[in-house]
Design a protein around this ligand. Structure first.
Ligand SMILES: [Zn+2]
Length: 241
C-alpha cells in the first residue's frame, strides 16, 4: 500500500531527489501524503549547500530528537510530542546557500503571560488551533522548571515579533507571567545559558525584549523578566569593547 502510494508520487525536482530518496523510508513510516512527502523533503538536504550551513540549522524532516546547543540540552520536538506543522499555511526557510549565522542577528525574549506550568505543546496548540499558524511561533521554550524545548526549528523564520519583524530573529519564550511575578532562578539560568549558546553559535546576536521590537505596545516579556534581561545585557555588553 505504502509502496504503491510512493510510486504514484511525482518525482521531486532534480536537485532534491537524492535526499528525497533517502528520506522516503522514514516518511513512509509516518504515512504522509505524496504532496507533503515532497514538500517535507525540500528543507532537509544537507548535500545541496555548504555543509556548515546545514549543520547548524534544524529542519522538520531531518530532525526532531533531543540535541545539544553548546552546553544547553535542548528537548527536541519528537520528545515533547509536538504536532507536525501545517505547511500549507506557509513556512519560510532561511537561505540554504548561506550560513545561518549570516542570516540571524538577534534574539527576542518573550513570556507566555500565562501560568508557569504551560508546556511547549500547549503553546503550540494555541498558535496552531487558535491563531491558525503553521506551527508554534517561537524557536525555543523554557518551561517552569527551566527545561529548554525546541519549538520551530531554527532553519525556519519564526512568528513571534510581529508582522514583518521576524526575519533574522530567534524567538525565545519563557513560561509564566513576569509582569506580575518573578521568573524562577532555574528559568533564568536556562535563559542565560541559551542566550550564550546562541551567541556562540551564531555570533554577536543582539538580545531584545519583545516590547522593543513590536510595533504595537506590549508588556512582553513582563517587567520582572525585562529587568533581568536588561541586567544580563548590560553585563554582557560591558565585556565587549
Ligand atoms: Zn512576546
Amino acid at each position: 500500500m505504502r509502496t504503491k502510494r510512493r510510486r504514484t508520487c511525482p518525482s521531486p525536482p532534480a536537485p532534491w531527489s537524492l535526499a528525497a530518496a533517502r528520506l522516503a523510508p522514514l516518511l513512509a513510516l509516518t504515512a504522509v501524503s505524496c504532496a507533503s512527502l515532497v514538500r517535507r523533503a525540500l528543507p532537509a538536504v544537507p548535500e545541496q549547500g555548504p555543509v556548515a550551513a546545514f549543520a547548524e540549522a534544524r529542519y522538520y524532516a531531518a530532525h526532531g530528537g533531543d540535541y545539544a546547543l553548546g552546553g544547553v540540552a535542548v528537548i527536541g520536538r519528537a520528545t515533547s510530542g509536538l504536532l507536525s506543522p501545517v505547511f500549507a499555511r506557509g513556512l519560510t526557510t532561511y537561505d540554504h546557500g548561506r550560513l545561518l549565522a549570516e542570516q540571524l542577528y538577534s534574539v527576542v525574549v518573550h513570556h507566555t503571560a500565562g501560568r508557569a506550568d504551560e508546556t511547549v505543546l500547549s503553546v503550540q496548540r494555541f498558535h496552531m488551533e487558535t491563531r491558525g499558524w503553521a506551527d508554534i511561533g517561537y524557536h525555543f521554550f523554557i518551561d517552569g522548571a527551566g527545561r529548554v524545548f525546541e519549538g520551530r526549528p531554527l532553519g525556519y523564520v519564526g512568528a513571534h515579533a510581529g508582522e514583518g519583524r521576524n526575519q533574522g530573529r530567534v524567538g525565545v519564550c519563557v513560561a509564566g507571567n513576569f509582569e506580575t511575578g518573578e521568573p524562577a532562578p532555574a528559568q533564568l539560568a536556562a535563559l542565560w545559558a541559551l542566550l550564550a549558546a546562541l551567541d556562540d553559535r551564531f555570533g554577536g546576536l543582539d538580545i531584545l525584549l519583545h516590547r522593543e521590537v513590536r510595533a504595537e505596545p506590549t508588556d512582553c516579556p513582563g517587567r520582572f523578566l525585562a529587568a533581568e534581561v536588561e541586567r544580563f545585557r548590560a553585563g554582557r555588553k560591558s565585556k565587549r569593547p
